[in-house]
Each structure stands twice: as C-alpha cells, then as structure tokens.
Write a protein that binds this ligand. Structure first.
Ligand SMILES: Cc1cc2nc3c(=O)[nH]c(=O)nc-3n(C[C@H](O)[C@H](O)[C@H](O)COP(=O)(O)OP(=O)(O)OC[C@H]3O[C@@H](n4cnc5c(N)ncnc54)[C@H](O)[C@@H]3O)c2cc1C
Length: 389
C-alpha cells in the first residue's frame, strides 16, 4: 500500500502492525506458499506462528485474549498476508471474521467467556457454515432443520464449502427451527467439533486456495441445547447478514493483497525482461497495463480501508463493504490475468508464482456473496437512499 494512503487510515499502532505482518508474510509465508499450494497442505505451522504473533484474534478485545485492535488493523493483517499467500490469509480471515466475530457480536457473556479466549489465541480455529447444496446466494433457503424437543434441538442437514471445517474446534452454522408444525425461522447454532452427530466430508479439491481447508459438514441427529444458540432464535438471517458485511471487508482486503502480490511480480518482471532490445516495461503495451493496474490498486485500497475505517466509526457499512469487495475482487482477477500476460510463457509455469495468484483470485468473485450479489446489495441500497430523499 502506498504510504500516503496509510497516513489517512493508520495510527502509529497500525503502522507497526503492518511492518510486523509484512515481515512475517515475506520471511515465513512466501517461502512455503508454493509448496503448500502444490501439496494442498493446510498451513498448520503458520497458524501456530500467527497465534504466537497475536494474529488469530486481532479485532477481539484484550479481555478475551485478543489483540484488542480494530477493523482497520484486521484489514491490514489480511491484506499483508494475502500479498504472500491467499490460502494463509483466508485461513486467518475466515477464522476471525466468520468463525469468531459472530460470538463476539451475538454471544452471551457466558458464551464469550467460554469460547473467545481459545479462538482469539488461535488455540482453537473457528468455521462458519451458511452455504448448503440448495442455498448459496439464496442463503435464506436454508434447509438444515433444528427440530425442537423440549429443551433441546435435533439437527439434520448439510453445509457445503465450509472454510476451516476440518481443522475447526468450533463450528457456527445456520438452521431453521421447527417447533411442532411451526417454522420459527433461521437461527445460528454453535457446535464443538467432535460432538456426536457431526460428520465431516473429505477436503474439496480446489482450483485455488489449495492450502485452505474447505469441506462439507453433515449434521446427523446432532443434539444441541438452548445454550448453543447464538443470538436471538428466528433472527439468524439478519445476524448472518451482519457477519457477512464484516466478512466482505475481509475478502476485500484479501483481494487487495492478491492483486498487489501479482502486480508487484509483474512490475518486477517488466523491469527485468528484455525484448526488442529494451525492457518490456518500456513498451507502451506493457507500460499502459501497469499504469491501469496501479490505478486500480490505489482505488481498491481506498475502498477497502475506507469501509474498514467507517465500520470502526460505528457506521452501517453494508454498501461500502459490498463496493470494496466487488471492486477489489474483480481487480484481483484482472490483475492476475494481466500479470500472467506480462510474464509471457513463464507466467503459465508454476515456478513464477503468478499462476497461483491467478488460480487463487477467481474465488474472490464468488465467496461471501458473488459479484452479482454485491451488485444487488449496492443497487438496492442506492434505490432505498434515493427513495428516502
Ligand atoms: C473455496 C470456497 C470457500 C467457501 N467458504 C465458505 C464458508 O466458509 N462458509 C460458507 O457458508 N460458504 C462458503 N463458501 C460458499 C460461497 O459463499 C458460495 O459458493 C457463494 O455464496 C455462491 O453460492 P453458490 O455456490 O450456491 O452459487 P449460486 O447461488 O448457485 O449462484 C450461481 C450463479 O448464479 C448467480 N446468481 C444467483 N442469484 C442471483 C441473482 N439474484 N441475480 C443474479 N445472479 C444470481 C450467482 O452470482 C452465480 O453466478 C465458500 C465457497 C468456496 C468456493
């Protein structure tokens, strides 16, 4: 990120955090990223190191064992990790924004005290199951059923594409509460890994984010108590929309890092590679690409950090988070395509890393709401704003 932009959004503490994460990403994450991707190996060792650095609970209050920092700080951490490796960044990002934040936002004191310290310290990983075979963009179509029997719930259903599920100690998920003949709406539950009635599917074989753990979670007569409900029964739909807004800033930061990593490689290569007696960066066809990508990066940086900063001011950032995620994810895709083009044939070869960034970029336009869904969220907001004036 351009340091002048840092001056707008960062305190001294943020700058120090950025230096720390940047060093860690360069020295520890980048050297193992290619191998982890090739082997589809979950970054266990890096998660342990991130836990020691306090990166698994950046926005969690210190009283629960977190770093007690804000959304801008969390954005910095995800962004800088993604410059080196998207799989490591999503492991930490999903654990925090999807696996841990719902408990901070909607948990009772007892639930917070029970789970937040182990999640914030990284001793335990968190996962969030919303998507189902028949409910992705249309998440309200959740078919997982929690049938009420006196003081307990018997849950059956399936969540798909659940990030971190195979490594998580705690899985938060949505289910529809059924009481007799009545459908009481969507509710968020928490279940500890290993609870009888939870079965994990095998890891998905993915195009990108190959070192991140993604799999199905099956609920087969899973019995949970009232105390494992998170927030208000029947208000789960509204709750997870709030969770997703924070998640979109996180994916925006991940997109920014992916775009920046690919751009830096393309810029370096354009400054080294010669064709027709000169550096290819001097050829206008390549120079213009670099200019466009750098301009996009600057715009995406503002959108992402502005959304994070506004959230820290207590503002409703539904529109800003969607705009940041939409723009930055599409920029990441565009940038990685152009970075391969600038590398020519070498861009297609593993050794040059840009092909990994390209494979990692595509999911950014899909996860936490596809680009089409972001456009729906933004345009709906615009129309509502217009009606209100
Ligand atoms: C690697 C990976 C990790 C993931 N991690 C998680 C996780 O941790 N937890 C979790 O719950 N989910 C996770 N997901 C799921 C992800 O959020 C969904 O895949 C995404 O929301 C899209 O849902 P879908 O796949 O069912 O696509 P669909 O909803 O079936 O969409 C198919 C296409 O139709 C379009 N479409 C749908 N509705 C509309 C509309 N109204 N207007 C215009 N176009 C529309 C979509 O944009 C898309 O192009 C993950 C997915 C992947 C690939």
């Amino acid at each position: 990120m351009n340091d002048n932009l840092g001056k707008i959004y960062f305190t001294e503490e943020h700058t120090l955090l950025r230096e720390m994460v940047r060093d860690f990403a360069r020295n520890e994450v980048a050297p193992v990223a290619e191998q982890q991707d090739r082997e589809g190996k979950f970054p266990d060792a890096l998660v342990k190191q991130m836990a020691e650095l306090g990166l698994m609970g950046v926005p969690i209050p210190a009283k629960y064992g977190g770093a007690g920092m804000d959304t801008v700080a969390f954005t910095i951490a995800v962004h800088e990790l993604a410059v080196a490796d998207a799989s490591t960044a999503i492991t930490m990002g999903a654990h925090t924004s999807l696996g841990t934040m719902p408990i901070l936002m909607f948990g009772t004191d007892e639930q917070k005290k029970k789970y937040l310290p182990s999640l914030a310290s990284g001793e335990m990983l968190g996962a969030f199951g919303l998507t189902e075979p028949g409910a992705g963009s249309d998440a309200g179509a959740t078919a997982t059923r929690a049938v009420k029997h006196k003081d307990k719930y018997v849950i059956n259903g399936q969540k798909i594409f659940c990030t971190n599920a195979g490594k998580a100690g705690l899985i938060t998920f949505t289910a529809r509460i059924i009481d007799g003949d009545e459908d009481l709406g969507i509710c968020v539950f928490m279940a500890e890994a290993g609870t009888p009635g939870i079965r994990l599917g095998p890891p998905e074989k993915k195009m990108g984010w190959r070192a991140s753990d993604t799999r199905s979670v099956y609920f087969e007569d899973l019995e949970l108590s009232q105390g494992q409900i998170l927030g208000i029964p029947g208000k789960g739909f509204r709750q997870f929309l709030t969770v997703l807004t924070g998640g979109r800033i996180s994916l925006g930061a991940l997109s920014l890092g992916t775009a920046q990593g690919a751009y830096q490689m393309a810029l370096n290569y354009a400054n080294e590679r010669e064709a027709f007696g000169q550096k290819i960066g001097k050829l206008q066809g390549i120079a213009f690409k670099l200019a466009d990508l750098a301009t996009g990066l600057q715009a995406a940086t503002h959108l992402v950090y502005h959304a994070a900063w506004l959230k820290d001011q207590g503002e409703d950032v539904l529109k800003e988070a969607a705009m940041a995620k939409l723009y930055a994810s599409e920029l990441a895709m565009r940038t990685t395509i152009e970075a391969i083009q600038i590398h020519g044939g070498y861009g297609y070869i593993r050794e040059y890393h840009v092909e990994r960034f390209f494979r990692d970029a595509k999911v950014l336009e899909i996860g936490e709401g596809t680009s089409e869904i972001q456009r729906i969220v933004i345009s709906r907001h615009l129309l509502e704003e217009a009606q209100g004036t």
